[in-house]
Design a protein around this ligand. Structure first.
Ligand code: KG4
Ligand code: ZN
Length: 382
């Protein structure tokens, strides 16, 4: 009789994320991505200038099975190797979340596999830990060498938050946007200029051809005394400029480029101003991690790097010897105090980051007890 022994192998987890407009399925082992499939719906939502929930739900329904099959195939694993199914429970669009959750329940029952329910924001927070398949674990990139507390800066289309990671699984929101998220503001202003959806990447490209000094935007919430953010003032300021054609002639390409550079700079300057404040007030922070779609922006990374560098230099209490990890970003000129997802694909919505959270929950046996009762949590703080 043959018997299979499972030596301390990390669990193989299949993760599903259908929180917004990407149907994503990943297979991960510990921090390593074996596959990370993303079926994007952005084309479908283009005409609406944002995500249309019922269209998203329908597209998720159509994409989910092909995405699961593709994830297994690319990872070269069969169902008998899958130890758990992780699924995003929230926050996100309720009709979209429902598709992923229903599918997870269906598979779990059919194949008697446990389910792990994951918070999407926690996924973004731990996204810098996602490792490509070929990377060998070294002391540098081993998660064992992480020193806490770490500050996570989440900048996406739905959230803009400063989150203190006290340890994995224990988080404290230090600051949050009181109105739009940064990505949302970029998308809304992009819509005023007919830049398509999502506008963030287009604004980044246009900004490279323009001058950030051309238009001076206000710096929001300078005297708030807290770490919260607000982007609606920058949006209103933009609308005024755009509507008053004498100020901003939208028929000129160069003017649009200058505007994009100035607006993007204003958004990032606001985040970095507050980031500076957080770091000044929490001098024991050892690293800053970036996550969320906007973290793909090179200018944003540069500005964060500058801010963190100043802090490290100015802060005599900083335990430099404990800064453990080199960033995994492709850019070599990085600051050791910053950690960024290893590829832009992992900045935006993807299921690999859900797999990282699930790996830690698996170790603590945090499985869904009653699978039938698993329901969406469209609004769910980390
Ligand atoms: O994390 P994500 O994929 O979805 C949410 O959870 O919201 O973030 C999407 C947001 C969109 O607002 C998009 O415009 C923005 O990220 N984004 C960017 C870039 N790539 C995506 N913003 C600025 N520069 C980029 N390169
Ligand atoms: Zn997201």
């Amino acid at each position: 009789m043959t018997k299979t022994f499972h030596f301390q192998q990390p669990p193989t987890i299949l993760s599903i994320d259908t929180s917004c407009d990407e149907t994503s399925v990943a297979v991960t082992q510990s921090h390593t991505v074996l596959s990370n499939i993303i079926a994007s719906q952005t084309q479908l939502h283009q005409p609406y200038g944002g995500v249309f929930p019922t269209v998203a739900k329908q597209a998720h329904k159509e994409n989910i099975d092909p995405a699961i099959n593709a994830a297994l195939k690319r990872a070269k694993v069969t169902w008998d190797r899958i130890n758990a199914i992780a699924v995003t429970q929230g926050p996100g669009l309720a009709p979209a979340l429902e598709v992923g959750i229903k599918k997870a329940i269906q598979i779990a029952k059919q194949r008697t596999i446990p389910i792990i329910a994951v918070n999407h924001i926690e996924g973004h927070v731990l996204s810098p830990l996602v490792e490509p398949n070929k990377r060998k674990p070294t002391k540098e990139n081993s998660h064992k060498s992480i020193t806490f507390p770490i500050l996570s800066v989440i900048v996406s289309g739905g959230h803009t938050q400063f989150i203190l990671i006290e340890r994995i699984g224990s988080y404290r929101i230090l600051g949050t946007t009181i109105d739009d998220a940064a990505g949302e503001a970029l998308d809304k202003v992009g819509r005023m200029l007919d830049l398509g959806y999502p506008a963030g990447p287009v604004i980044e490209e246009f900004a490279k051809l323009g001058s950030a000094k051309k238009y001076s935007f206000p710096l929001p919430m300078t005297s708030s005394g807290d770490f919260n953010l607000s982007f609606s003032g920058l949006k209103t300021f933009s609308r005024r400029l755009i509507e008053k054609k004498t100020l901003l002639d939208t028929s000129s390409k160069q003017i649009i480029f200058d505007f994009c550079a100035s607006f993007q700079y204003a958004v990032f300057r606001h985040i970095c101003h507050k980031l500076n404040k957080v770091l000044q007030d929490h001098q024991n922070i050892t690293q800053v991690w970036l996550g969320g779609g906007v973290a793909a922006n090179i200018k944003f990374r540069e500005m964060v790097r500058q801010t963190v560098k100043q802090f490290v230099k100015n802060n005599p209490h900083q335990p430099r010897q404990k800064i453990p990890t080199q960033p995994i970003a492709s850019n070599k000129h990085t600051n050791p105090a910053i950690r960024i997802p290893y590829t832009k694909k992992v900045c935006g919505d993807n299921a690999a980051m859900i797999g990282i959270v699930a790996y830690y929950k698996y170790q603590k046996n945090e499985f869904v007890k009653n699978q039938d009762a698993l329901d969406r949590k469209p609004k769910w703080d980390i």
